[in-house]
Design a protein around this ligand. Sequence first.
Ligand SMILES: Cc1cc2nc3c(=O)[nH]c(=O)nc-3n(C[C@H](O)[C@H](O)[C@H](O)COP(=O)(O)OP(=O)(O)OC[C@H]3O[C@@H](n4cnc5c(N)ncnc54)[C@H](O)[C@@H]3O)c2cc1C
Length: 537
Amino acid sequence: MAEAQQDYIVVGAGSAGAALAARLTEDPNTRVLLVEAGRASHPVSRFPISFGLLIDNPAANWRYFSEPEPNTNNRSIPVPRGKLLGGSSSINGLVYVRGQPLDFDTWAQMGCRGWSYRDVAPVFQRMESYVKGGDEVRGGGGPLRVGEVPDENPIFDALFAAANHLGIKRNPDYNGPDQEGIVKTQTTIHNGRRMSTAHCYLDPARGRPNLRIVTEAHTTKVLLEGTRCVGIEYEQGGRRVKAMAGREVILCAGAVATPQLLELSGIGQPELLSSLGIEVKHALPGVGENFRDHLNARIVWRVKRPELSYNTRARGLGLLREALIYATSRTGFYSLPSAPMLAFLKTRPELETPDVQMHLVPYAVKNPKKRQLHEWPGMTISVYQLRPESLGSIHIRSGNPHDQPAIKFNFLADPIDQRTMVDGFRLVRSIANAAPMEPYRGDEHSPGVEVASDEQILDWIRRNSETAYHPIGTCRMGPQANCVVDDQLRVHGIAGLRIADASIFPTMPSGNTNAPSIMVGEKCADLIRQGAMAQAA
Ligand SMILES: Cc1cc2nc3c(=O)[nH]c(=O)nc-3n(C[C@H](O)[C@H](O)[C@H](O)COP(=O)(O)OP(=O)(O)OC[C@H]3O[C@@H](n4cnc5c(N)ncnc54)[C@H](O)[C@@H]3O)c2cc1C
């Protein structure tokens, strides 16, 4: 079967792809086909609580797993990714972080012209509608509503006081020029509802005659004529469909699926492709390499005042009370992002900017994969290194597009990452153990105070940490030979093919990765429009 030809085909309607398709179709003369493997929606996705409900739900989630690796005790770690319109922005933890100016200046310094903080700050600004209003830094009129956690809890006050006790300041806006400090979380939540890119970008664009959205349509490869990309092939309801692009195909399938699609199409490392019986159409050794993620260590305490922990408040009849609180004030358990407080801190005073991030949560879960609450009142502080050095890879293991790719994190391979995680862990303990926390903090449940030496802490991190769900970098942007796209997001050596998603990040942004992914989608729309204008002139 064949689709009517469109100007652009966008593969993947996630954080970046939805923003890109919506921006491109603002021009009524530009026709876009947006192809999404997942469903149009999930009934609970608009509620923030869906973070816990969809984290392992096949109706909205790809549910990948990593390869067992010795650095993390040979565990196969769950890798959830959103599979519905809005992609991972429809199932994520709703924390909103731009990153540090240094991140984007580093990209520019690595040869990505047009990606310094000065270049991308206006893009962040135009995509946001920040609850406290716009100014010269923050956006006030963009499609993406950015709120701030309204909830209060004596544990939050105690955590702020504990941090202050250690000389850590409260930062009024960590998405401004200075990220450092302890903060209330800014969120992609407005009026108690999730602000996914499906809602903020696609809903207003759906009625446009120049935007065609197909869902439950699994793209299996890009179609090449020589070194030009001319379209894609996708499967939908047992049919195989060819869709041709008059101008370009843009892959926005995310850091796991975008390298997978390139490899299935014969673009990648020649030895790997040949070994799997895939004809090499274009050698590009960087595909699937440069993979990074945040390794997240969760430290859990019992809480002395049970009524303050959601392990007590959201149990039995408490769940009904929380539902009522949510219905009447859009606060409480059902309205929370994955963490209502964050901290961005330096593990060494000589550092220029923070190198670790903490998520501070007034409850404790048994099993991060299922996110079931413990029976007893708890609290959690997790920590990850903001800019890990260790590099992993994501590659196909067969030519079957429905086989999961082999995800190798290679976490903690670099000694700097080991050092930073241990130091970050100690910082977490110092906040939790500071005097202002005394009335609230009970015994340390995990790992427990007996885990005390650097070796014991590192060993515990290896055995227990999980991903913070931020895979990036597998189709790295840059001019070097191991890069996959140039600074215009065009695939090196292939005409008519771009990539716009978290796979193009050359290095890890300092924070959660939804905002920078949306920024990439927005920026790709600019690059395409500028290119088209230059051609027309
Ligand atoms: C559980 C979880 C919690 C997270 N929490 C946060 C958070 O609190 N804050 C934050 O900033 N970030 C968070 N993140 C990370 C953030 O959401 C992602 O980094 C971001 O959404 C990535 O955007 P993307 O456009 O690269 O990919 P995605 O948003 O994942 O979009 C990729 C899209 O492509 C589709 N697709 C894939 N393969 C195909 C195919 N073959 N054919 C057609 N379509 C395909 C997918 O279904 C998906 O819709 C979280 C992620 C997860 C999974």
